[in-house]
Each structure stands twice: as structure tokens, then as C-alpha cells.
Design a protein around this ligand. Structure first.
Ligand SMILES: Cc1cc2nc3c(=O)[nH]c(=O)nc-3n(C[C@H](O)[C@H](O)[C@H](O)COP(=O)(O)OP(=O)(O)OC[C@H]3O[C@@H](n4cnc5c(N)ncnc54)[C@H](O)[C@@H]3O)c2cc1C
Length: 521
């Protein structure tokens, strides 16, 4: 930075996934042009750049997994593969005029709020310091892989890879392969691996609720139908409501326990019937039946997952893993199985200390955000802003996400951030900070609502859901509908924020004015 009080950028956005891209588009719509988006990867798309494992695809219909301001009607499938979603991210970058705002291959390693100058100083992996008045953290929630903590894992000499860091140089055809985990990612990768490997062994700790996937190739006719805006809007609306209901209705209805129980009970019955239609062996069916309530953790969809276990070269192991050896895995019953490759489909560190965000962020008084949340519980007003961390906004923050497609969350929190920044600029404020009272009221309300959901009552103990973090709280979700999330992020009272100007900035502004008033000779 050249000047003590003048940041290089009005806004720095960390992360160029859909969160960062959506933020860039929201900033431009708000008339803010002086911003930079950085990402540690060399391509945009976040999740869809990092996850390239076989079978990766969206599990919400593609016509709703796209931004409302740039809807795409041409998809290869109703549930598009990951590389197509990544390409769509590139299209958005180009069409929204964001290409010139990107600095890729540049990771943030630390962010510090400079209280004297009211700006953020972001240190990066290339040794640079970026200064910006406002900081938007769009680092995602499912971004930092969570390796399994299994004794001996480092001694394993075969190929070991997490699904989010797929090593395409390894050809697994005809090999003995193990998959650890049976969550939403495993569900996609397992049937694909089974097609090529000699032997596939799946280690399951927790079974997953699975529904059939209404997937189909989108031929010319369905794509043309989506070219018709009313059809596209209708699909989008119905799709979003359906996904929100499938993933979040039980949580949003927590004030009505009887109704919730009835909704979940009928959902469970339908999914058990689906499992029955796929697997005849009662032993196998029992092993694949979750012992926790539907909705305790993210259910998923697949037409091939269950059937994969009926193939002779595929084994499902439910004995707990004891340890790795140099060439395989030992379970607690003493069985050693040897593998050429082990895939850890063990998910991500969600609302974990040091993971969200994955670098230290120092606010007022030098307090570090991860420490603050660790001591005081994860919290943020509307999932976006935290007292003591002025001029900073989160796209996927604590208590922000009403389960459903993530795109409506991103559009809501990006709109929130751009609205608060625009208001600060309108008031010529150098600092905008969420006030304690509205923040605390939001946090207390959401905390109580979340704790009142069935996640924290009987029925979910076995689920090991990422909705509940290491503190035993549920900051990864907000127990409201997406409609509520959409509305309150766009219509919060602007005075919930405090807008101030540093003395130094006021003096600088005054000097600018004086300079401008000097008559030219
Ligand atoms: C396998 C998988 C499938 C999914 N399927 C769906 C789905 O079907 N529907 C759905 O709604 N959601 C799905 N999700 C959730 C998905 O993460 C979101 O939909 C969405 O992509 C989140 O976007 P984001 O930008 O918030 O986060 P991300 O996509 O995770 O992007 C975050 C970006 O921040 C960058 N970053 C992180 N740390 C730094 C740093 N220190 N410096 C610079 N850059 C940094 C990362 O490199 C990354 O590019 C899926 C997630 C996964 C993992």
C-alpha cells in the first residue's frame, strides 16, 4: 500500500468459488468496482475445482444450482457433473465482468484489521500484502479436507487420497481399492470405482439415508424448454422449495415436534421401501439402514449406490477400523485386508477451529477470530458479521445456511455484504460494524432454535453429523426456511450496523477536499 490510510482496494474477497463469484457480481450490481478476488487455486469454482473424483456431480438439480442473475438452460444432465459446474463458474466470471478482478494462485495466510486506518491487511502466499477497506471471507464451509484420525495411517505405503484431492495420475483399474466413509461423496465415487477395480471394500461407520435420484440426460428438447424464461423460473422455484424441504424442513419446523416427527417418519418409511427395492439380502439391508433419524445428517440421492453392494467383488465392512498397516487396514475383529489404494471419503472440517476460515484473522484488539469463536461459540449476525471484526463479512458463516441448495445462501449473504458496504460508502464511513444488540439477539435466537431441533434430541446420537461441531453446537445451519434466510439478509435494518470514520481518514478526506479547492493557476 502506498498511503497509510488509503487501501489499495475497496473490497478484498477471499475465495473464488461460487461464494466469491457471487460476491463479485453483487458488488458490481451495487456499483462497487474497486475490488479484488483472490484464490489459492489456479482456477475458479472452489468445490468444483477441488473435487474431481470419479462420479462427482451436483446433488441438487442443475437448473437450480446456478445463479438467479445468470441462469443457464443448457445442461448435459438434470444433475450435471462437476466439470460442467466448474465451466459454468468460468462463464459467470466472464459474463459478470469478473475476470479482471481475479488474482488466482494467491492464498491468504493472515488477515489483520488495522484499527488506526480502518482497513484490512491481508498477507498472501506470494509474500505480498493486500490492503482493502472491506474484507469478504468466501472460503466455503466444505473446503478443508478432514483426514481420518486412524493409527498408522502415515505408515501406509499404497496410494492414499482424499476425495477432494484426487490424484488422476494413479490408474486404479484392476486394483484392490478401499473406501473409508459412506457420506454424500462416497455415494458418488463408490459405484464408479466398482466398475473398474478388481476388489472394492467399503468401510462404513454410519449408514446414510438415500433417495432415488431423478436424473436424466437433458436432450435438446428439455434444454429448449428451459430457454423459455417462465419454464425456467417455475423449475427453479419448485426445485428450490423441494430441495429446501428435503434437506431442511424438519429443522425449520422444530417448533412443531409432532409434525416434524410425522414428516420424518413418512420420509424414513419411503426411503426404507426404496432400500428394500434395491437389496434383497436382509443382512446387507440391515447394515445399510441408518440407526438415526432422517435429517440428522445430510441425506443423499443415488440410483446406483445400493446395487453396487450386490456385486460379488464389493464388500461392505461395518467392523470399526483399528489401524492401518504398511499395506492395508486392520479392523477391530482382527481382519487385515490389503489394498493398492485407499480413498478417504471422510468429508471436511466444518466450523472447526483453524478451518473456517483456514488462516488467522485478527480483529479489534488483535483478537483472533478462531479463538474468539472457540471461547464464545461460533456466532455471526445472519451468518455474516461478527462484533469486533469491523468491515468483515462472511458468505458461509455460523448460523447462516438454511439447508437446501447453497446458491440461495450465497446470493443472500453476498447481497447482505454488498448492502452494508454500499451503505458505509454512502455515509462516507471508513468503518462499519455490527452492533452488539442485534447480533446477540440473532445469535441467541438461532442458537436456541437450533438446539430445539431434533438434532439435539433423541434419535441423532449415532449420526456423527457435520451439522454439529466440536463444541456440540450446530453453527453449520440455521433452523429457518430459505425464504426467511433470503428475506432477512436483504432487508435487515441498516442501523443494525454502526458506521464511523477514523480521525485519520477524516483528516485525509479534509486534506483531499482542501487539495481539490486549491485554485489551479
Ligand atoms: C463434493 C461436494 C459436492 C457438493 N454438492 C453440492 C450440491 O449438489 N448442491 C449444493 O448446494 N452444494 C453442494 N456442495 C456444497 C458446495 O461447497 C457449495 O455448493 C458451494 O460450492 C460453496 O461455494 P463457496 O464459494 O462458498 O465455497 P468453496 O466452493 O469451497 O470455495 C471456497 C474457495 O475459497 C478458497 N480458499 C480457501 N482458503 C483460502 C485462502 N486461505 N486463500 C485464498 N483462497 C482460499 C478455496 O480455494 C476455494 O476455491 C458440495 C460440496 C462438495 C464438497
Amino acid at each position: 500500500m502506498n498511503n497509510v490510510d488509503r487501501p489499495e482496494f475497496e473490497v478484498a474477497v477471499i475465495g473464488a468459488g461460487f461464494g466469491g463469484i457471487g460476491t463479485g457480481a453483487a458488488l458490481r450490481r451495487a456499483g462497487i468496482e474497486n475490488f479484488l478476488i483472490i484464490d489459492k487455486w489456479h482456477r475458479v469454482g472452489g468445490t468444483w475445482n477441488a473435487n474431481t473424483y470419479p462420479g462427482v456431480a451436483v446433488d441438487v438439480p442443475s437448473p437450480i444450482y446456478n445463479f438467479s442473475f445468470q441462469q443457464r438452460s443448457r445442461w448435459s444432465r438434470f444433475f450435471a457433473p462437476g466439470n460442467e459446474i466448474q465451466r459454468y463458474a468460468e462463464e459467470v466470471v466472464d459474463q459478470q465482468g469478473l475476470r479482471g478482478k481475479l488474482r488466482l494462485g494467491c492464498g491468504a495466510v493472515q488477515a489483520r484489521f488495522d484499527e488506526a486506518a480502518d482497513l484490512w491487511r491481508v498477507r498472501t502466499t506470494d509474500g505480498d500484502e493486500i490492503t482493502a477497506r472491506f474484507l469478504v471471507s468466501a472460503v466455503g464451509a466444505l473446503e478443508q479436507p478432514k483426514p481420518p484420525a486412524i493409527p498408522g495411517i502415515d505408515s501406509y505405503t499404497g496410494r492414499l487420497m482424499h476425495t477432494a484431492r484426487w490424484d488422476h495420475s494413479f490408474d486404479y483399474t484392476g486394483k484392490r481399492v478401499a473406501v473409508i466413509g459412506t457420506g454424500a461423496t462416497a455415494l458418488q465415487v463408490i459405484p464408479q470405482l466398482a466398475e473398474k477395480v478388481e476388489q472394492l471394500t467399503v468401510y462404513q461407520r454410519t449408514a446414510i439415508w438415500v433417495a432415488p435420484k431423478p436424473d436424466f440426460a437433458m436432450g435438446a428438447r428439455s434444454n429448449r424448454a428451459l430457454d423459455f424464461p417462465p419454464a425456467q423460473q417455475a423449475v427453479r422455484f419448485i426445485g428450490n422449495v423441494a430441495v429446501n424441504a428435503f434437506l431442511g424442513l424438519g429443522l425449520a419446523l422444530s417448533d412443531y415436534p409432532r409434525l416434524t416427527s410425522a414428516v420424518l417418519g413418512s420420509g424414513e418409511a419411503a426411503l426404507k421401501a426404496y432400500l428394500f427395492s434395491q437389496i434383497r439380502d436382509p443382512e446387507l439391508r440391515r447394515a445399510l439402514t441408518p440407526t438415526y433419524r432422517l435429517g440428522c445428517k445430510r441425506p443423499s440421492i443415488s440410483n446406483t449406490y445400493f446395487r453396487t453392494y450386490t456385486q460379488p467383488h464389493v464388500d461392505l465392512i461395518t467392523d470399526p477400523i483399528e489401524k492401518f498397516t504398511v499395506d492395508g487396514i486392520v479392523t477391530e475383529d482382527g481382519a487385515l485386508r490389503e489394498f493398492d489404494m485407499v480413498v478417504t471419503a471422510t468429508g471436511f472440517q466444518v466450523m472447526d477451529k483453524g478451518a473456517t476460515p483456514p488462516y488467522p484473522v485478527h480483529g479489534c484488539g488483535g483478537i483472533e477470530l478462531g479463538e474468539f469463536w472457540d471461547r464464545n461459540k461460533y456466532q455471526a449476525y445472519e451468518g455474516v458479521s461478527v462484533p469486533g471484526f469491523p468491515n468483515m463479512f462472511h458468505i458461509f458463516g455460523p448460523y447462516g445456511y438454511a439447508p437446501g441448495s447453497v446458491i440461495p445462501l450465497i446470493e443472500a449473504t453476498a447481497a447482505h455484504s454488498a448492502r452494508a458496504i454500499k451503505e458505509a460508502l454512502r455515509r462516507k464511513a471508513t468503518r462499519v460494524e455490527i452492533r452488539r444488540q442485534p447480533h446477540d439477539e440473532y445469535f441467541e435466537r438461532m442458537y436456541a432454535r437450533n438446539k430445539n431441533t431434533y438434532l439435539f434430541k433423541q434419535g441423532c446420537a449415532d449420526s456423527r453429523t457435520y451439522y454439529i461441531n466440536y463444541q456440540g453446537d450446530g453453527p453449520a445451519f440455521r433452523a429457518t426456511t430459505q425464504a426467511k434466510m433470503y428475506w432477512s439478509n436483504r432487508h435487515f435494518p441498516l442501523d443494525h450496523y454502526r458506521y464511523t470514520t477514523t480521525r485519520a481518514a477524516a483528516v485525509a478526506a479534509h486534506a483531499d477536499l482542501a487539495q481539490a479547492l486549491i485554485p489551479h493557476s
